[in-house]
Design a binder for this molecule. Structure first.
Ligand code: UDX
Length: 446
């Protein structure tokens, strides 16, 4: 079987590489010649643990290649994935111009049966538009070629994408013909060895599944952030509450960690897009609107604690910020809470020394010289009035607190990810603030 993957962004690259890894012949297509040249030299456009190694292994084995020649790859492909970007417009809706341009190009070049699969996260109804676009292009050529469209949303987590792809919890595929279902079953067979299911459904349901999954996860996080804020007010400990509710299998232990709001390229964009789709169709997503506003407010929670601690006087203070990416194991800074926090600190006349294990180049690109960049976590602490832990990278979990305390001007930590034990921090002489646990309790009236 041969496949073509159009778009060598995050999703396309991981998809193509993982299919090659199980022995399928894959061509990854992009219109950006420079990107393709780089990929042919082993230079990847993104950071993802393990990806570089498996790209080079599969290129060497001759199963994976990169090209700008869409026509040739489409003509040889049994399955063509569309994995190009769907940037959000100003109103939050996904812009489909790249997806539809690829569909047109496929229609202009198709000469044998092919399943054309939308892999990018696209609103319900997009596969139908892709179908129409291909049909029109075929008609204009006077060509009669059979094809099917299918929708196969991805559930890849940045930082764990290879594992998510090779050992998926489930594979969701929307199809409209038995032939397409048979082709897709064959394609995904190597990934089903761990007993997790492939779920076939109609196309709109598959498209909706992706938005519903991300929206549900975003809802869990915002719900827990709300609970965490209330725990602080009431003198409860959200870590205890989290354990208490998580052991109920209906709720589950995952994605109920409070923090400083969700970020990244998926949750914020997909929640917005679903609210927008609903509004366009006369329906109001009330829960999701609340999820969004809780998340916006949560990005300021750590800053508010800083302001409160310093009595509103941040002018001339220096803050060390550990972690700049929106979550660990990625260099992605999109919608990162660090950006909101840093902006607010700088606005108040403070200075910031940032450190991140992999996102420094990305951070320099986004923040320029508005902050200084430390060569390691400890350098950022020199003369700092406080440390803010913004991303829970493993290397921040147990630093030598003796050294931390000696380097800082004041021993104050604001932990946006609850990675330290409040009691241990107090014993080490730190003033410690975290999320959802009040570290200095007032007597509550009974
Ligand atoms: C997400 C989905 O998990 C994935 O299935 C989908 O395909 C794309 O979107 P990703 O954006 O890579 O993946 O990150 P994820 O690990 O899901 O984290 C998203 C955000 O939620 C991060 O900002 C993270 O810090 C936050 N989060 C996660 C919490 O605040 N609390 C939690 O308990 C879990």
């Amino acid at each position: 079987m041969k496949i073509a993957v159009v778009g060598t962004g995050y999703v396309g690259l991981v998809t193509g590489t993982c299919f090659a890894e199980v022995g399928i012949e894959v061509t990854c297509i992009d219109i950006d010649q420079k990107k393709i040249d780089n990929l042919n030299h082993g230079i990847l456009p993104i950071y993802e643990p393990g990806l570089e190694e498996i790209v080079s292994r599969n290129v060497s084995a001759g199963r994976l290649s990169f090209s700008t020649n869409l026509a040739e790859s489409i003509q040889e492909a049994d399955v063509a994935f569309i994995a190009v970007g769907t940037p959000p417009g100003d109103d939050g809706s996904a812009d489909l111009k790249y997806v539809l341009a690829v569909a047109r190009a496929i229609g202009e070049n198709l000469n044998d049966y092919c399943v054309v699969v939308t892999k990018s996260t696209v609103p319900v109804g997009t596969a139908a538009k892709v179908h129409r676009e291909i049909e029109q292009a075929l008609y204009l050529r006077g060509a009669e070629v059979e094809f099917d469209v299918a929708s196969n949303p991805e559930f890849l987590k940045e930082g764990a994408a290879i594992d998510d792809f090779l050992k998926p919890d489930r594979i969701v595929i929307g199809v409209a013909s038995e032939r397409a279902q048979e082709v897709m079953s064959r394609l995904y067979k190597p990934f089903l060895l761990n007993g997790h299911p492939i779920i076939f459904m109609d196309i709109p349901s598959a498209e909706m599944t992706k938005y519903a999954a991300n929206s549900m996860l975003a809802t869990k996080i915002s719900f827990m952030n709300d609970i965490a804020n209330l725990c602080e007010i009431m003198g409860a400990d959200v870590n205890m509450v989290r354990k208490g509710i998580g052991s109920d299998a209906r709720i589950g232990t995952k994605f109920i960690y409070p923090g400083i709001g969700y970020g990244g390229s998926c949750f914020p964009k997909d929640v917005k897009a679903l609210i927008k789709t609903a509004a366009e169709n006369g329906y109001e997503m009330q829960v999701l609107k609340a999820v969004e506003s809780v998340n916006e407010a949560q990005k300021s929670v750590l800053f508010n604690k800083v302001t409160e601690h310093f009595g509103g006087e941040l002018q001339g203070k220096k803050f060390a910020v550990w972690g700049l990416s929106f979550k660990p194991k990625t260099d992605d800074m999109r919608e990162a809470p660090s950006l909101v926090i840093i902006d607010k600190l700088l606005e108040q006349g403070a200075t910031v020394a940032g450190y991140d294990p992999v996102a420094m180049p990305e951070a320099r690109h986004t923040l320029g010289d508005r902050i200084t960049y430390a060569k390691d976590p400890f350098e950022a602490l020199i003369d700092a009035d406080a440390l803010l832990v913004v991303t829970e990278w493993p290397e921040f979990r147990s630093p030598n607190f003796g050294v931390v305390g000696r380097l800082m001007k004041d021993k104050v930590i604001f932990d946006g990810r609850n990675i330290y034990e409040p009691q241990q921090m107090q014993e080490a002489g730190f003033i410690y603030h975290c999320i959802g646990i009040r570290t200095e309790y007032k007597e509550l009236a009974f």
